[in-house]
Ligand binder design. Sequence first.
Ligand code: BES
Ligand code: ZN
Ligand code: ZN
Length: 461
Amino acid sequence: MLEVKITDMKAECEVFFIASVEEAKDKELLQEMNFKDALFVQASKALYIKIDSQEKDVLREAASKAIKAIKKLPYRSAKVHLCGGKEEVQAILMGLYCGDYAFEQYKTQKEEKVLREIYIDCQCEKIEDIVYECEIIASSVCFVRDLVNTAPNEATPEFLAEVAQKEAQRLKIECKIFDVEMMKKEKMHSLLAVARASSQEPRLIHLTYKPQNAKAKVVFVGKGLTYDSGGLSLKPSDYMVTMKADKSGGCAVIGIISAIAQLGLPLEVHGVIGAVENMIGGNAYKPDDILHSREGKSIEVRNTDAEGRLVLADCLSYAQDLNPDYLIDLATLTGACVVGLGEYTYAIMGFNEKLKDQFEKSAVQSGELVAQLPFNTHLKKLIDSKIADVCNVSSSRYGGAITAGLFLAEFVRKEYQHKWLHLDIAGPAYIEKEWDINPYGASGIGVRGCVEFAKFLSEEK
Ligand code: BES
Ligand code: ZN
Ligand code: ZN
């Protein structure tokens, strides 16, 4: 991670965010050079980045652009001239930290890192705390990006479990790992069916952060499909590529609990991750199979590519036994959600309007794009099964993100329905082009929003 120092020291170069060239000390030069978006003036060693407003979203993206530009220059330190109040400074810091990310694990030739220090000179109250908090959240975002970007031949369910265990040791929190035998005892036959054809055994990961002053109990549940080939309802080749990112929800849950623990928030937080690989083989589960879930409901399988909901059904069941005040699942659940909302926005679903609104507010505050998708009774009928309690796919081709959410709702007990939120992060979890403060590949989406929501819960009276 970059080091951000609060100092009035002079750095080797400077960054200015400007609304117009009039504001720049190199005004004439910029005019001459026809300044548009970004320009580095060698003589004064100043990088100018154009901003259209001082809105947080604009500043965050501008800061990300700035860090990428400075990294190409031969300077060890850069002074970033901030603008606005606390929230604007937070946005700029997040843009700097997250924009600095690069995934180079598999490159023999790594890019040389020259820039190491960012200086800020800020009059904001408690600026040290702001920097400290941003660094923790951004490092969790980048940790999740690394994990999701890790190739599926390396990032197996067992690998995810080991990473979770290591992170738990570092944070001094609890981590329990369930193997197949333990999951059989738990009657997680829905999850186990998805996992069966893979040579990589599944794992259920349960992380616990339990401070003494906990105000509420939050359980995060993550879809951790380390690879989704579609199973026997095999995906076409073009759709299979990038399915290493089907573990994004699960990885985000590790990052979220890590950030919350490092921030020391007064909440009891659990992370439950279903780490599974969906493959084909002679013993694969198949369309027409009937599965018996941990909750006791029977499921008719009509498509083995709708596997995430089968894994989550058992994870949600396990999660409710922890008696949460809030139950939030994160999953790259449906292509339909990407079709509906585009690649940059994730969906919030649930039965509790107030809870959805509160979460939406936190997510937006954190810089993530979200939209609520509404449940209704007509869509619910589409997952009725003639021979089992519920069917794993809808009988209609429309409304797929919501019918998937309604399938999950079947496994949320009545007393937890108003405590539950489902986040379909299929769109923004992994995109093969740079956007906002995100690089090519994994974004670490969900971390900023969920940590902001946890902060809201811990500040609530
Ligand atoms: N992992 C996919 C959803 C997905 C699609 C995530 C694109 C990210 C990008 C999920 O398991 C899946 O395959 N869903 C099916 C459901 C269908 C069979 C009802 C889908 O969306 O096509
Ligand atoms: Zn699938
Ligand atoms: Zn999937």
